[in-house]
Design a protein around this ligand. Structure first.
Ligand SMILES: Cc1ncc(COP(=O)(O)O)c(C=O)c1O
Length: 357
């Protein structure tokens, strides 16, 4: 792919010279390319981070035809940079695009765009413990018009935001509320796609339970409101008797998380059993009360592993454990050691980007 590199403007900032906030601070540059049926993907460029200019009637603003991704760049002890399974994000973005009737990206060019942008912005990859540079590829429908149809033109862009450790001071458990009033996604719908509407649909309930002390919502299946699906921005796992890790099977309405898949592959090599199955919330709550479920944790790029201390369900709290459990800690350490290049990478999950030292 031919990528035009534009010069930075006079207002470019010195990387990480000031305190940063994840999702609010962005690096100096962004990648973009356009799609039209006549030209295919074209006009690939990396230039200054800047606002998009969109006609108010642009399709994405009305019918939410958009998908996105989330992955991270990690600073290795040798000063170079690791990406973690970026191939999976590139592939998932295309699966999401297909579901939303959007133009798919060439996977190799997409990865090349990510690598080229991260290499140019390498000084923005922080060096602090558990810090990282978040990578947000985005694809939006850019036809102008109020008719409901699949856009013919698209914009693909990638922005970068430095991220502090998800757990500011120590590995802290989160509380989760099991929603029975609302659903996130239904089989046959768009739950398995990383598309904005899924998140918009989750906001009302997550805002309602926040003041009650729950940081995340756990969604049940939309038909029977019985089978465990996933948490707001994480997949979920339950640990039985300290050794069997059980996570909901992919149902078509769950996002196929890269961290979830990594845990499923890694767990057996660490001496745990790993199982994907249909999980009835009533059985889960019973097993928490019986003490058979010894840990619950979320899995996702942001936190990697997020221990859960309690599940709220229909006004009652089911306490799992106060402090992070040994399985969550073991998985967190093993995964982050691979991500940051502190340990061997037996699965070839990392892509090393060499940068000037
Ligand atoms: C709805 C949802 N489920 C699960 C995940 C976890 O996926 P991953 O491990 O690929 O970050 C995410 C985060 O990306 C998410 O937004």
């Amino acid at each position: 792919m031919q990528i035009t590199i534009e010069p930075l403007g006079p207002d470019a900032r010195k990387p990480l010279a000031e305190p940063f906030t994840f999702g609010k601070t962005f690096t100096n540059r962004m990648f973009s390319q356009k799609y039209s049926p006549e030209l295919g993907w074209h006009d690939a460029r990396i230039g200054p981070y800047r606002p998009l200019v969109l006609d108010p009637a642009t399709v994405v603003l009305h019918y939410a035809q958009e998908v996105f991704e989330g992955t991270k760049a990690y600073r290795r002890p040798d000063g170079h940079i690791n990406l973690f399974r970026p191939w999976e994000n590139v592939a998932r973005m295309n699966r999401s695009a297909r579901r939303m009737a959007m133009a798919e990206l060439d996977p190799e060019s997409h990865l090349e765009a990510i690598v080229t942008l991260v290499r140019l912005e390498h000084e923005w990859v922080p060096r602090g413990e558990f810090e990282s540079l978040y990578i947000r590829p985005t694809l939006i429908a850019t036809d102008i018009g109020l008719g409901v149809y699949a856009s013919k033109t698209y914009l693909h862009y990638i922005i970068l935001s430095p991220a502090g450790p998800y757990f500011g001071s120590g590995f802290k458990p989160v509380s989760v509320y099991v929603s029975t009033d609302y659903v996130r996604a239904v089989r046959g719908g768009t739950g398995a796609a990383k598309t904005g509407g899924n998140y918009a649909a989750s906001l009302l309930e997550s805002e309602r339970v926040k003041p009650l002390g729950y940081q995340q919502v756990l969604w049940l299946d939309a038909v029977e409101r019985r089978y465990v699906e996933e948490v707001g921005a994480m997949n979920i796992a339950f640990v039985y008797n300290g050794r069997r890790i059980v996570t909901p099977a992919l149902s078509g309405s769950i996002l196929e998380g890269v961290t979830r898949d990594s845990v499923l592959k890694l767990a057996p090599t660490l001496g745990y059993e790993a199982e994907e199955t249909r999980l009835d919330i009533h059985d889960v709550l019973r097993d928490i009360e019986r003490g058979e479920i010894t840990e619950v944790f979320g899995m996702g790029t942001a936190a990697v592993i997020a221990p859960v201390d309690r599940l709220g369900y229909q006004g009652k709290d089911y306490f799992v454990r106060e402090a992070p459990g040994p399985v969550a800690q073991h998985l967190f350490k093993t995964l982050t050691d691979i991500q940051y290049g502190r340990a061997p990478d037996p699965f070839n999950w990392t892509l090393k980007i060499e940068v000037p030292q």
